[in-house]
Ligand binder design. Structure first.
Ligand code: GLU
Length: 297
């Protein structure tokens, strides 16, 4: 049970939502520190959520390292921490609702099948969306009742937009690092994003579905995350509308890059927060490296 909010306190709530598939690096530190600072500035809440649905890649030692590294950085968050792997029933219920709306279909295409279908002469140049190649629609005619263990479930994007009767999908961006408009027309969404997977065959859910269901469950009013997820936000807004979930604002922040200008990835172990720590850096050094004001002590 959440504790009652003190009178006059802000309803602002944000979160840091790492996946325990590797050690946190400088990019994660930046995300967590920006989110916590925005919560502080708004007199609101800073929550943590462990995004551990990708079970084959998640490890308990990485989850333990997340808590340790964040605490070392000086962050505090509310307990209990939400773990996405405990939320399966809520993810399933959302999926069921979308299925009942007639918006899902089973898909057995492999990446190779998709590439082959897209290389057919009648297809134009393949489009890369937030989830990779935009799906050519091969399985779109299949009925949901046919879904078997080897199938993923995809969202029929054109139908979803039609159901909402929306000519465009928009969101409120408070970050401002991304210069693209935070609105897309239905045609742009169909062509540029397409029928995304909402339930992977291996884990039965997906990042997109779980993130919207769990942001709503945690009462998140502003999602703070890297600019790499900007385009995915159109999918999230669409799912929120379909599922009748509240609309948070989005704050996409700049990405932390290495000297070659590449975005940091979990495999960049050299940038792991704990490597800096082992080499004698202090949390203040990390703040400075990230171009953030050192936290008040
Ligand atoms: N779990 C995602 C990641 O680690 C974060 C997603 C989000 O903030 O929406 O990249």
């Amino acid at each position: 049970m959440p504790s009652p909010r003190p009178e006059g306190a802000s309803a602002y709530a944000t979160r840091f939502a790492p996946s325990p598939t590797g050690l946190l690096h400088l990019g994660h530190a930046y995300s967590a520190l920006v989110a916590a600072e925005r919560a502080r500035a708004h007199g609101g809440r800073f929550l943590l959520r462990i995004e551990d649905i990708d079970t084959p890649r998640c490890r308990p030692e990485y989850e333990a390292a997340i808590y340790e590294d964040l605490a070392w950085l000086g962050l505090e968050w509310e307990e209990p921490v939400m773990r996405q792997s405990d939320r399966r029933a809520a993810h399933d219920a959302a999926l069921k609702r979308l299925g009942e709306m007639g918006l899902l279909y089973p898909c057995r295409c492999t990446r190779g099948d998709i590439r082959a279908a897209l290389s057919a002469p009648q297809e134009g140049a393949p489009v890369i969306g937030p989830d990779g190649l935009v799906y050519p629609g091969t399985c779109r005619g299949r009925a949901l009742e046919e879904a078997g263990a080897g199938d993923a479930l995809r969202l029929d994007m054109a139908r979803a937009l039609e159901r909402l009767g929306r000519a465009r999908i928009a969101f409120t961006e408070t970050g401002g690092v991304v210069k693209e408009p935070s609105e897309m027309s239905a045609a742009q969404i169909i062509e540029g994003i397409g029928d995304v997977v909402l339930a992977r065959r291996d884990i039965g859910t997906s990042y997109h579905l779980s993130v919207v269901v769990d942001d709503a469950a945690q009462g998140i009013t502003e999602v703070v995350r890297g600019a790499d997820l900007f385009a995915a936000t159109f999918i999230h807004r669409l799912l929120q509308e379909l599922l009748g979930l509240p609309e948070p604002a989005y704050h996409h922040h700049r990405l932390i890059r290495d000297e070659a200008g590449r975005r940091l990835a979990k495999r960049d172990d050299a940038r792991a927060i704990r490597r800096y720590r082992e080499e004698g850096s202090t949390p203040e050094d990390i703040h400075r490296m990230l171009g953030l004001e050192a936290a008040d002590s």
